[in-house]
Design a protein around this ligand. Sequence first.
Ligand code: HEC
Length: 140
Amino acid sequence: MPMQRLIRLALAVTLVLGALLLAANTLGSRSSAPPGGPITGDVDRGRLLFERAGCSACHTVTTEFRVGTGMAGVLQPQGPVYPSGIDYGGALPNGAPRTEENVAVFIRSTNQGKIGLMPGRALTDQQMADLLAYLRTLTR
Ligand code: HEC
């Protein structure tokens, strides 16, 4: 390959890589978290995720029961409203204390409780932060 073509090729590759890097940076800056800093959840993104990730097929955002419990109160100490006869003593259906960390673990893993099966959902840390920010707004 003649030298000039080689140089042009190298230039083109550099330009494309530069553009990709720029795009990656722009996309990254859309997330509310500063690089290396703690992840901040966004309520609106969490609401969208709750609908798009299929949660709403099985959960209302009130105290009303669907396939699973309504999500109102899920991040409050008293927890959500359960159908009569179901009592986890304030804990999660898998017996873990009701902390945000444990709710995140619960959502990411498949759990069989007294009510039924909750299929686990793989979510990124940013998606989980958004989802938790939204769940926090669902009080009862
Ligand atoms: C196919 C139905 C189904 C889908 C989809 C589903 N869940 Fe569930 N979920 C359940 C059932 C059933 C339970 C009740 C488990 C039990 O207590 O036996 C549950 C329980 C839960 C609990 C625990 C509530 C408590 O008792 O404190 C949380 C939190 C939860 N789901 C969040 C989610 C989120 C967030 C999503 C979406 C990413 C989701 N679920 C998707 C069926 C589902």
